[in-house]
Design a protein around this ligand. Structure first.
Ligand code: PLP
Length: 421
């Protein structure tokens, strides 16, 4: 079924029109057939497809501006450095940060959290201190903190989630204490789609003197983010979930906080001067970027941000929410299917199990219909443990998905049921 026409009664009048066919044409991967069927890509929470503009930007770096950054006086190096450094201001704009120097380029969300864990938390925490996370975190926002706990003697506390997969502020209040030094939460859960009340958590964290890190990996693709309005101290995301390349992302922190932190990786490009007796570091953000960075990836991240900036984000958000409602309704009507993650504030993700089949069988059969979904624990094993299930199947929606995609998923799931039911 095509997307409703702008004047269709299916489209609430408050929702701005979106030219989905044109938008889909920007993503070349969507034009292919998979297992003899047109590709239906419902795995954008794992990684989003890339628009041609991003692919072209990456290609241009390798084809034309192929040089290392910060080091050369020759023209290619100057062009590469300019293209690379220009991306800081783009990320600054995307996150509502005050200054481009507050943006540290990293490999992705995982590296950003490790950086904060090692450079901010490790030197400051000791026995008796506490790090607070929630029960719905991705492993990337659990394991780095466990490592810091091992290194410092601090302990990890976990805010439980409700049966709907929500985080309640009274539970946050209960878990916070005067020994809480760091609070680290997802903005949006990758396993359940829950949107966390970050602003309220920031106020509570600051009331006890703790810093708040927000893992924005699943939020930046779907909502406008303003780090000032959120009131957090660290915010990070991965480019590949926002239509950019893999292996690159960004960490934001206020300049004063970055100034206070020591780097945890040393090498080229992060120094002011080096001698065998003493090394001094470059100012932030460069002191956190040791070694040759992912230059083409970073430029591609900039192209992805430019691409998003040209779209009407309100219209995209409305489209994604309408599609989530449509998909939630459609999946709920399949007998024996159970949706996990039903919080009122929710985005883009449908995690489910079926009585008829194990999630891995669901994924395999659905794939034979050309429908790509994710199965497993989604790097959130504690969520699976919380609900007493080994795994889920997860369909995740993005700006380029249509009702037809959801209909194809439903047809494939009915086939699963026929085969196993
Ligand atoms: N946090 C969340 C909520 C995620 O969904 C992911 C990726 O799935 C990550 C962190 C880790 O991101 P990356 O593997 O790009 O570092």
């Amino acid at each position: 079924m095509p997307a409703p026409a702008p004047d269709s009664p299916d489209r609430p009048s408050a929702v701005p029109a979106l030219d989905l066919a044109r938008l889909r044409a920007d993503f070349p991967a969507l034009a292919q057939e998979v297992r003899g069927q047109p590709l239906v890509y419902l795995d954008s929470a794992a990684t989003a497809l890339k628009p041609q503009a991003v692919i072209d930007a990456v290609t241009r770096v390798y084809a034309r501006d192929c040089a290392n950054v910060h080091r050369g006086v020759h023209l290619l190096s100057q062009r590469a450095t300019e293209a690379y450094e220009a991306v800081r201001a783009k990320v600054q704009g995307l996150l509502g940060a005050a200054d481009p120097s507050e943006i540290v380029f990293v490999r992705g969300t995982t590296e950003a959290i490790n950086l904060v864990a090692q450079s901010w938390a490790r030197p400051r925490l000791g026995p008796g201190d506490e790090i607070l996370i929630t029960g719905l975190e991705h492993h990337a926002n659990i394991v780095p903190w466990q490592m810091v706990c091992e290194q410092t003697g601090a302990s990890l506390r976990v805010v439980p989630i409700t049966d709907a997969g929500a985080v309640q502020l009274e539970d946050v209040d209960q878990a916070l204490g005067e020994r809480t030094r760091v609070v680290a939460v997802a903005h949006v859960s990758n396993a359940l789609g829950t949107v966390l009340p970050v602003r309220a958590i920031a106020d509570r964290a600051h009331a006890v003197g703790a810093k708040l890190l927000v893992d924005g990996a699943q939020a930046v693709p779907h909502m406008e983010v303003d780090v000032t309005a959120l009131g957090c101290d660290f915010y990070c995301f991965s480019a590949h979930k926002v239509y950019g390349p893999t292996g690159v992302g960004a960490l934001w922190a206020p300049r004063a906080v970055l100034e206070e932190m020591s780097p945890y990786q040393g090498g080229g490009d992060m120094i002011r001067s080096v001698s065998f007796e003493r090394t001094t570091y470059a100012p932030p953000p460069h002191k956190f970027e040791a070694g040759t960075p992912n230059i083409a990836g970073t430029v591609g991240m900039g192209a992805a941000i430019d691409y998003l900036a040209e779209l009407d984000r309100d219209a995209l958000h409305a489209h994604e929410q309408a599609l989530l409602d449509y998909a939630t309704q459609a999946l709920s009507e399949i007998p024996g299917l159970r949706l996990w993650g039903t919080a009122a504030a929710k985005l883009s993700v449908l995690s489910f199990t079926m009585d008829a089949a194990h999630p891995h069988d669901i994924g395999t059969i659905v794939d034979s219909h050309g429908v790509a979904i994710r199965t497993g624990h989604h790097c959130a094993q504690p969520v699976m443990t919380r609900f007493g299930i080994p795994a889920t199947a997860r369909a995740s929606l993005s700006i380029y998905n249509t009702r037809e995609d959801v209909d194809a998923l439903v047809r494939a799931l009915l086939h699963v049921q026929e085969m196993f039911g």
